[in-house]
Design a protein around this ligand. Structure first.
Ligand code: C5P
Length: 233
C-alpha cells in the first residue's frame, strides 16, 4: 500500500461532484481532506458524509467555531457524528469556549486557530491586541492547549515558536505551504512543504498548488498530488 503524505488537501470547491473527483484522484497520496466553512455552508453534514463514504482518509472540519461555550459545545456535539479527526475553533473565544468544545467532542482533536494569517499588525492593534502577531499567536496557542486543544493551526513562520511553547504532544497544522515549483497565489508568508515539516509541523494544508491541476483532468490531478506528496515521504 502507498504511504500517504501528512497533507490535508483543502477541498475549496462549490461543486460536490468535482469535490468527489478531487478526493478520488488524490486519496492515495494525502492523509486526509480539509472541508471548510464554504463546503459546510453549501453541502452540510450530508456533503461531509458523501466525502467520507468515498475514502478511508481522515477528515478535517475547518469550521473555526467562535461563540459562547454552550453554543460551541452544541455545534461540536452536532458534528461529532461525522467523526472528523480535527475540528477548528478560535482560541480567541477564550479558555471556557475551547474547553467546552474539547469536552463535547472527546473523540475529536480540537484544533485551535490562533491569529488569522490575513490579519496585519495594524489590524490586531485596531481590535485591541497589544502584542505582535507572533507573541499573540504563542499566547493564544498556550491558552488553547491548557483548555484542552490537541492541535494548533498556525502560519509556517510561527511553527518553531509555537512548538517550543506547546511541546511535542500537540499537533501543529500549517496552511500557507507552497512547493517551490508553484506560485504563491494570495498567500503572503509561505514555506515549502519539506521546510515546514523540518520546522516542526505535523500536517500541512495544501489546496491550489494541487487542485489547480484539475483543469488538465483527473490523471493530471492525481500526478500533481503524487509529486508533491513524494517530497515528504
Ligand atoms: O489553496 P491554498 O493552499 O492557499 O489553501 C489553503 C487552505 O488553508 C484554504 O482552505 C484556506 O482557507 C486555509 N487557511 C489558510 N490560512 C489560514 C487558515 C486557513 O490559508 N490562516
Amino acid at each position: 500500500m502507498t504511504r500517504r503524505a501528512p497533507i490535508f488537501l483543502a477541498i475549496d470547491c462549490d461543486d460536490l461532484d468535482i469535490a468527489k473527483s478531487w478526493v478520488k484522484a488524490t486519496q492515495e497520496s494525502v492523509c486526509g481532506f480539509k472541508l471548510g466553512l464554504e463546503f459546510f455552508a453549501a453541502f452540510g453534514g450530508e456533503g461531509v458524509r458523501q466525502i467520507a463514504d468515498l475514502t478511508d482518509a481522515e477528515l478535517f472540519l475547518d469550521l473555526k467555531l467562535h461563540d459562547i461555550p454552550n453554543t460551541v459545545a452544541g455545534a461540536t456535539r452536532a458534528v461529532a457524528v461525522l467523526k472528523p479527526r480535527f475540528l477548528t475553533v478560535h482560541s480567541s473565544g477564550g479558555s471556557a469556549m475551547v474547553a467546552a468544545a474539547a469536552i463535547a467532542g472527546p473523540d475529536i482533536n480540537i484544533a485551535a486557530v490562533t491569529i488569522l494569517t490575513s490579519l496585519t499588525s495594524k489590524d490586531l492593534s485596531d481590535i485591541g491586541f497589544e502584542s505582535s502577531p507572533l507573541d499573540s499567536a504563542v499566547r493564544l496557542a498556550q491558552l488553547a492547549v491548557s483548555a484542552g486543544a490537541r492541535a494548533i493551526v498556525c502560519s509556517p513562520l510561527e511553527i518553531a515558536s509555537i512548538r517550543t511553547a506547546v511541546g511535542a504532544d500537540i499537533s501543529i497544522i500549517t496552511p500557507g505551504v507552497r512547493p517551490t515549483s508553484s506560485g504563491s497565489d494570495d498567500q503572503q508568508r509561505t514555506m515549502d512543504p519539506k521546510s515546514a515539516i523540518s520546522a516542526g509541523a505535523d500536517y500541512l494544508v495544501i489546496g491550489r498548488p494541487i487542485t489547480s491541476a484539475w483543469t488538465d483532468g483527473f490523471d493530471a490531478l492525481r500526478a500533481r498530488a503524487a509529486t508533491i506528496a513524494a517530497e515528504l515521504i
